[in-house]
Design a binder for this molecule. Structure first.
Ligand SMILES: NC(=O)c1ccc[n+]([C@@H]2O[C@H](COP(=O)([O-])OP(=O)(O)OC[C@H]3O[C@@H](n4cnc5c(N)ncnc54)[C@H](OP(=O)(O)O)[C@@H]3O)[C@@H](O)[C@H]2O)c1
Length: 253
């Protein structure tokens, strides 16, 4: 099956393109660096020609520091452009990657963008699957990189159920070549504390950084405390734990 992967050069998109290729499908990576832009529409008709399915994993990551309004505009315009190009190309299934918890709290700026994206994709003429996922195992170290100030960084004491980007890519590939499913929720196998994840990832990478557990100066407010970012009871749980990801990714030998 020919499948367009919008954002097919990113952290989730690149392994998704690989999984589809290994399964014998014909993935097309769609990104500005491959000649298409979801905001302006440039190159989308050509990229989606002959595709039966389109999976949109484009856009800034969970920790984007851009303003909520800016992210709403990005995802609204981008999703409308992709949906319109998908309809013109006769695509049968439009999949978007969203985030767990966006219906419970205002959340970090990305959540506003993802709410706009979910609303727009459901309005489109093509049948859809929204995959709401928890963040990837890299999120602890990514948060520290975002808030770093010299030799110290702040990380909010969040409870999460993170997943491996490779597991998410495999799940998205199965969704993309199957029938539209409406809404799917997906998470990693275990709950983790973001401060602990950041500390352990930085230690494994041998990056000394003085970490402070704090909500201040991070993309999160205290409304993200408690269990609001955890998946619901019907979520599909993926396999790779944070511990095994850390060992495989960062511990030599
Ligand atoms: N567990 C997770 O990782 C997770 C969970 C839930 C949701 N998500 C969502 O999944 C999406 C991708 O996350 P990621 O970590 O893979 O991000 P990433 O590594 O930053 O990749 C973003 C991708 O989007 C493309 N892109 C950006 N602006 C574009 C534009 N105007 N037109 C076309 N393509 C554009 C980028 O390529 P170019 O720069 O070449 O355009 C790149 O391929 C994000 O929306 C994120 O919120 C991820």
């Amino acid at each position: 099956m020919r499948v367009a992967v919008v954002g097919g050069t990113g952290r989730v998109g690149r392994p998704l393109v690989e999984v589809l290729r290994r399964a014998g499908h014909d993935p097309v990576a769609v990104a500005r660096s491959t000649g298409a832009d979801v905001v302006t529409g440039r190159g989308l008709d050509g990229a989606l020609a002959g595709c039966a399915s389109v999976v949109d994993v484009s856009g800034p990551s969970w920790l984007s520091a851009r303003a909520p309004r800016d992210l709403e505009r990005f995802f609204a315009a981008g999703t409308d452009r992709v949906a319109a190009a998908a309809r013109r190309a006769g695509v049968e299934h439009h999949v978007v990657l969203s985030v767990v918890g966006l219906d419970r709290i205002a959340g970090p700026p990305l959540f506003a963008g993802k709410r706009a994206q979910e609303e727009r994709v459901r309005r489109g003429a093509v049948r859809t699957t929204v995959v709401r996922a928890t963040p990837a195992h890299e999120v602890g170290a990514d948060t520290a990189a975002l808030t770093r100030d010299g030799a110290s960084a702040r990380v909010p004491p969040l409870l999460l159920q993170p997943l491996a980007a490779a597991d998410l890519a495999a799940l998205l590939a199965r969704v993309a070549v199957g029938p539209p499913r409406g809404l799917v929720e997906v998470a990693g196998p275990r709950t983790e504390d973001l401060v602990d994840m950041a500390r352990r990832t930085l230690a494994a990478r041998r990056e000394p950084l003085d970490l402070h557990a704090s909500w201040r100066g991070t993309p999160f407010g205290a409304d993200a405390a408690g269990e609001v970012l955890l998946p619901g009871p019907r979520a599909q749980l993926l396999e790779t734990t944070f511990d095994s990801w850390l060992l495989d990714t960062w511990v030599p030998g």
